[in-house]
Design a protein around this ligand. Structure first.
Ligand code: SAM
Length: 226
């Protein structure tokens, strides 16, 4: 009930912001978009608010990092993250109309030379090697997430490097929890306008190979008793 009320008030606020602050400049960030059926693996567009992004990215002291927003929608998070001082920010968006809106928003904000929008499914993306941070605001469900985790793992096998996953509203966190290459470094609950949403941060574990090679203690006992 509380969540429904807060979602409704965010919906009206976002539409008001669009009408008063964005539309006169030709911008379109705030309005939700629902391009997929309810039961789809892909989730609709709803922006992360600026207040949330400020807190989410306060995790990083060093802003000289290449950030990728997977499921960037109309690009609001890209704009805000860039404004916070992260100069290398790009996004992937599946929906062609929204990717076009994101591109137009970047042009109006004179960021088009700096921010690239890839209009494709995240599972088709082959450029993970170029990034050290990925941001996701619950963009899709399990099977797509599994494919993305595999691609990120392969990228880290090719090019081991410090790598952070910022996963806001982490409905599919089990997929990241079960990756041997990542550990959860931080878990926060963010409360704004009466709604609480979690964020999980995962870091690449450069020792993951050693972890895999040492069999669990229980296994050693079993084989010793045979
Ligand atoms: C909840 S919105 C998040 C928008 C933006 N990241 C933000 O925080 O403001 C999720 C977005 O993910 C996109 N999306 C869903 N499935 C996708 C996929 N397989 N590949 C790329 N984008 C996808 C949706 O179209 C939607 O725009």
């Amino acid at each position: 009930m509380k969540i429904k009320m807060a979602a409704r008030s965010k919906f009206f606020w976002d539409n008001f912001v669009h009408l008063v602050m964005e539309a006169p400049r030709g911008l379109d960030f705030s309005r939700n978009e629902y391009p997929y059926p309810d039961d789809h693996e892909r989730i609709w567009y709803e922006r992360t608010t600026g207040e949330h992004l400020k807190v989410l990215f306060s995790y990083f002291e060093d802003k000289n990092k290449r950030v990728l927003d997977i499921g960037c929608g109309k690009g609001y998070a890209l704009y805000r993250i860039h404004k916070m001082g992260f100069e290398h920010v790009d996004g992937i968006e599946y929906d062609t109309r929204m990717a076009g809106i994101a591109q137009r928003n970047m042009e109006i904000l004179k960021l088009a030379d700096q921010v690239t929008i890839y209009n494709m499914d995240a599972t088709e993306f082959t450029g993970y090697d170029n990034y050290v941070v990925i941001y996701m605001f619950h963009p899709f469900k399990g099977r797509i997430m599994e494919a993305v985790v595999c691609d990120v793992e392969e990228s880290l096998m090719r090019q081991p490097r410090p790598f952070t996953v910022v996963y806001f509203h982490p409905r599919e966190h089990a997929v990241w929890d079960s990756s041997p290459m990542f550990y959860k470094s931080l878990e926060w609950t963010l409360a704004f306008s009466n709604v609480e949403l979690d964020v999980y941060y995962y870091e690449f574990d450069p020792d993951y190979k050693r972890k895999e090679r040492i069999p669990p203690f229980k296994k050693i006992l079993e084989s010793a008793m045979k």
